[in-house]
Write a protein that binds this ligand. Structure first.
Ligand code: 3PG
Length: 205
């Protein structure tokens, strides 16, 4: 059985790719650095080509698609090869679309009521977004007592400086962030830097 998306790595790299030719070497650099998971965001025209390329060429990495904001996005992402999905928010249509394709979904929440809505829809592993702006580690620590059945992947404003505080919480499985795959490193095809950042990220816990 596939492990929970939250248990693959302490950090899920959140990637914004302008150029699909960077996708395969990027995924290989993450694996070389010890990170077996990646989230490609649907924020650029290159995103779906990048997903297709990684799905074909780098099958060892667990491949997610993020910034899923509609049921159509779910279909496009899964058709391209997504093995899990990440959404910045939680809607019934996105949850139902992901379920109908039998692909795990990490839906975003930033309030207690949104977490309760996700629980009502049968989901107890959630993205906490935007983490730093919505209350940070202190907010998640406060949810542990009333919502012990929920585990989170906080993203948004996470860095090597604040990641350990989140990773130390019992209701945090992993964190997500874009710092492992900086825009300039991808633009310059500097995959050694990505590998070094991945190595540093896995040692955060
Ligand atoms: C996300 O979608 O998870 C965030 O854009 C990542 O946030 P960061 O760029 O602050 O790491």
């Amino acid at each position: 059985m596939q492990p929970s998306v939250l248990d693959v790595s302490p950090v899920i790299p959140v990637v914004v790719l302008d150029d699909a030719s960077a996708a395969v070497p990027l995924a290989r650099a993450l694996l070389a650095g010890g990170i077996g998971i990646v989230e490609l965001t649907l924020r650029t025209p290159a995103a779906l080509d990048a997903v297709r390329d990684i799905a074909t060429e780098v099958p060892d990495i667990l491949l997610g698609v993020g910034t899923v904001v509609s049921a159509d996005d779910v279909a496009r992402a899964v058709d391209a090869g997504a093995q899990f999905l990440v959404s910045p928010g939680t809607t019934r249509s996105i949850v139902e679309a992901a379920r109908s394709r039998e692909v795990p979904l990490l839906p975003g929440v930033s309030t207690v009521s949104e977490a309760l809505f996700a629980l009502e829809l049968g989901l107890h592993e959630l993205k906490f977004f935007p983490a730093e702006q919505a209350g940070g580690a202190a907010f998640l620590a406060a949810l542990r007592s009333p919502l012990p059945q929920v585990r989170f992947c906080p993203t948004g404003g996470i860095s090597p400086a604040n990641a350990p505080e989140y990773l130390g919480l019992p209701n945090v499985g992993c964190v997500g962030g874009s710092w492992v795959t900086p825009h300039d490193a991808l633009a310059n095809h500097d995959f050694h830097r990505v590998e070094a950042l991945a190595k540093a990220a896995v040692s955060l816990r």
